[in-house]
Design a protein. Structure first.
Length: 410
């Protein structure tokens, strides 16, 4: 279930991604094109640059989760030159994604070489708004899809384009810009395999509340991952110090292109499962994805709860790393104005954490209930487990730690 909100909770902001269905000849939805939207009621993309692509990728994969946006269908994502030639990384595998080469990309040797390398790595390529004579003919041998815009007069060279495409058995033609019944008749006349346009379905904008990683932590993470012998412990420390960054790493772990059957019980496990190379790609993309930040006080409060849960875990026979994740999820859920159980649906958490968040069961659930009671001012929650002095020291240590890891000026 997607979290859809009309307005953000305090200290958060709304993120958006639009999806437009792509249909086959029988009318079944076989794919979605993912589109940039800067606001919930935006009609058009407004921009189609590297920033837009980065936001679409980050939001689809780490805010919503790709399985929530497209399910088991294929997604088409617009790619600018920077991504095609390798200047910006692709932090996802080729299994479920088609890379659309925008018509604005100037096709030179570097682009041809970059696309050839992507195809060799298993990625599928679509040529968007294909126009004969634009130079994009050089890419036809690499393409799995050619998209023809019937709204804007591509029919002038349509026979020539179709003949060129039909020389490649793997090629499918997508009729886009379909806005009238006549456009549909034309697509049927030429036998185009796939169809996309307003006459079939307009883009749907999906919206969710998000707590964004701070720019400083993104840059620190990129720097820590900059060398081939990156220090895993340093990477874990940076990720654990930022609630939103932790959420994104966990959501990326839950992506269908990662490892959907593995359940996560710690930040270390999520990082190790994806590998430092994959984390490096996400971190670099997040630097491009320049969005708003949560307040310092909110981050400190979220981390204080997570650290306090971790510190108190041994007294409840719970694992400290698992308790940190559970405590952080409850804090982030409060910032997003959703329940911990609802947020947990978007994360690849272990059954122990899910049950603790949803039902408050087990030693971990008891720990979460106790910490929540204490933070409401119920000191009796710790009766018989900690002396007043011990509890004060534990709480103060968690507070000092949380204030240390959140920069005081950002």
């Amino acid at each position: 279930m997607l979290i859809r909100l009309s307005s953000p909770a305090p200290g958060t902001h709304l993120v958006h991604v639009a999806r437009q269905p792509i249909f086959d000849r029988t009318g079944d939805v076989v794919a979605y094109e993912l589109l940039f939207r800067g606001q919930m009621d935006a009609v058009d993309a407004q921009r189609r640059d590297s920033y837009a692509t980065s936001q679409v990728v980050v939001n689809a994969f780490t805010e919503f989760g790709l399985d929530e946006v497209v399910g088991d269908r294929t997604c088409f994502i617009n790619m600018t030159r920077e991504f095609l030639v390798g200047e910006l990384p692709l932090p996802f595998g080729p299994e479920q994604v088609v890379l659309e080469v925008l018509e604005t990309v100037v096709v030179d040797d570097a682009v041809v070489e970059g696309i050839a390398s992507l195809v060799e790595s298993g990625y599928r390529i679509a040529l968007d708004d294909f126009v004969w004579g634009s130079g994009h003919e050089r890419l036809i041998p690499f393409a799995s899809y050619v998209k023809l815009d019937l709204l804007n007069g591509v029919t002038e060279h349509v026979d020539e384009i179709i003949a060129a495409c039909r020389r490649f058995p793997q090629m499918q033609i997508v009729a886009e810009g379909l806005e009238t019944p006549d456009h549909l008749k034309l697509a049927n006349h030429y036998g185009f395999e796939l169809r996309q346009g307003y006459v079939l379905s307009r883009p749907q904008v999906l919206t969710a509340a998000s707590l964004s990683p701070t720019k400083l932590h993104r840059l620190e993470l990129v720097a820590a991952l900059g060398s081939s012998d990156a220090d895993l412990e340093q990477v874990l420390t940076i990720i654990a110090s930022d609630p939103a960054l932790t959420m994104r790493v966990l959501r990326a772990s839950n992506s269908a292109v990662a490892c959907p059957t593995t359940r996560i019980s710690s930040i270390r496990q999520a990082v190790v499962m994806q590998g430092l190379d994959q984390i490096r790609r996400w971190a670099m993309l997040m630097v491009v994805d320049d969005v708003a930040e949560a307040t310092e006080a909110q981050l400190v409060d979220a981390l204080h709860r997570a650290r306090l849960c971790s510190n108190l875990a041994p007294a409840f026979s719970a694992d400290p790393d698992t308790a940190f994740i559970a405590g952080l999820v409850t804090a982030v859920a409060a910032l997003l104005a959703v329940t911990p159980a609802m947020l947990a649906q978007h994360l690849p958490l272990t059954d122990e954490i899910e049950l603790a968040l949803a039902r408050g069961t087990g030693s971990l659930g008891r720990l979460l209930r106790t910490v929540e009671a204490y933070q409401r001012g119920d000191m009796e929650a710790f009766e018989g487990q900690y002396s007043g002095a011990e509890l004060t020291r534990t709480v103060m240590e968690a507070m000092r730690w949380s204030k240390t890891v959140v920069p005081s000026s950002r």
